[in-house]
Write a protein that binds this ligand. Structure first.
Ligand code: CP3
Length: 354
């Protein structure tokens, strides 16, 4: 039993404490690679039901907690979940991904958007997070999450997942004022949503700007960074002690700029060496991530080697072990289990000195 005064590992690492081993969780740790999730999905085929009916979302969030005892339990939800509360309905269709119809492409649509009232449009989030905190106690840290304005705008404007982002970039490069108006509204609503998640029990918040790595560094500074900063600034004004993590896919070219967002921890993908990421980010920012999700398709010796390598390079302060992006649906479940077990058995003094 963990004593009631004990602060869980992930929260301690997020606050920059030196630890014997890094805390570990995985992006998308609840989901299709787990048989219990696939079975439940067969019974409840609607993603919106699975993520918005509290009993289901709580059960799914706890599936990996029960199976692997990760140090972080992330709320089962989606970055798109707050959009209907702003007047942007969505659905997630099996094998196609998110669909937003009609997509947001005109001034009229942008003007008509409502600002999010989280208590009113997302009452299930409070229930889910409160229950997760109760269930998890001090055994793990409960993570909330949101999408950042650029990435949410990309879905709302493209209407679906995109390979090249031609529609949103076309808007950025021909009608920037309209896109800025939209990004600003998203930022204010997302900040309100983050505060609501924290008030409901989230102890750490991860902001996903998954597709900001698609921007040139110059355009990142115009369309992504200022709106990440606007969210972080508003959240830190009322909740200065809640650590925030920023994740971007394909971020090696904008790593230093990610730290300018004001977050406490930068979550890096696998396109950068962890030691170089540390150097480039400096001592005041924590790091997370970096293990290629495909490592979990390798042998267990290889998985162990890569975990140790990442830990040696990240050092023993302000490091959260994670993958460089979400765990892939076809990942062998026993290798996910091995990843968690190995990470939790590591004594960092050995990992760092050997
Ligand atoms: O980490 C967790 O366990 C929490 C769950 C979570 C989901 N979505 C559940 C989900 C999280 C953190 C997200 C965030 C999210 N959603 C992101 C940012 C993270 C990233 O991957 O970059 C993005 C870009 C989305 C948008 C989204 N939702 C996409 C692109 C898809 C389809 C992906 C696919 O592989 O089909 C979704 C659907 C979705 N959200 C699934 C899950 C488990 C898969 C659908 C299902 O299980 O039925």
């Amino acid at each position: 039993m963990t004593g009631s005064s004990q602060v869980p590992y992930l929260l301690r690492a997020a606050r920059g404490e030196k630890l014997d081993r890094p805390p570990v969780w995985m992006m998308r740790q609840a989901g299709r690679y787990m048989k219990v999730y696939r079975d439940l999905r067969d019974k409840y085929p609607s993603f919106r039901d699975r993520s918005e009916i509290p009993e289901l979302a709580i059960e799914i969030s706890l599936q990996p907690f029960r199976a692997f005892q990760p140090d972080g339990v992330i709320l089962f939800s989606d970055i798109l979940t707050p959009l209907p509360g702003m007047g942007i309905p969505f659905d997630i269709i099996e094998s196609r991904g998110p669909v937003i119809d009609p997509p947001i492409r005109s001034w009229d649509q942008v003007r008509q958007l409502r600002s999010l009232e989280p208590e009113e449009s997302l009452p299930f989030i409070r229930e889910i997070l409160q229950t997760l905190r109760r269930e998890v106690g001090n055994q793990a840290t409960v993570l909330g999450f949101v999408g950042a304005p650029w990435t949410l705008a990309a879905y709302a404007i493209e209407g679906k997942s995109s390979k090249d982002y031609t529609v949103i970039k076309g808007m950025a490069f021909s009608e920037p004022a309209m896109l800025h108006e939209f990004l600003g509204k998203l930022a204010d609503s997302i900040a309100a949503y983050v505060r609501y998640q924290i008030d409901s029990g989230a102890q750490v918040i991860q902001m996903f700007d998954s597709w900001a790595g698609q921007l040139t560094p110059q355009d990142y500074e115009t369309f992504a960074l200022p709106y990440q900063q606007r969210v972080v600034r508003q959240v830190k004004a009322t909740h200065p002690d809640t650590p925030m993590i920023l994740y971007i896919s394909g971020s090696a070219g904008v790593l230093e700029r990610m730290a300018l967002s004001g977050v406490d921890i930068v979550s890096v993908d696998w396109t950068v060496d962890m030691a170089e990421a540390r150097q480039r980010l400096g001592p005041n920012v924590g790091v997370q991530g970096n293990v290629d999700p495909c490592v979990l398709f390798g042998s267990q010796d290889f998985i162990r080697e890569r975990i140790l390598d990442t830990i040696r390079k990240a050092g023993n302060r302000g490091h959260i072990l994670n993958l460089g992006h979400g765990i892939l649906p076809k990942t062998p479940e026993e290798n996910a289990a091995f990843f968690f077990e190995t990470a939790k058995q590591i004594d960092q003094r050995l990992a760092v000195s050997s």
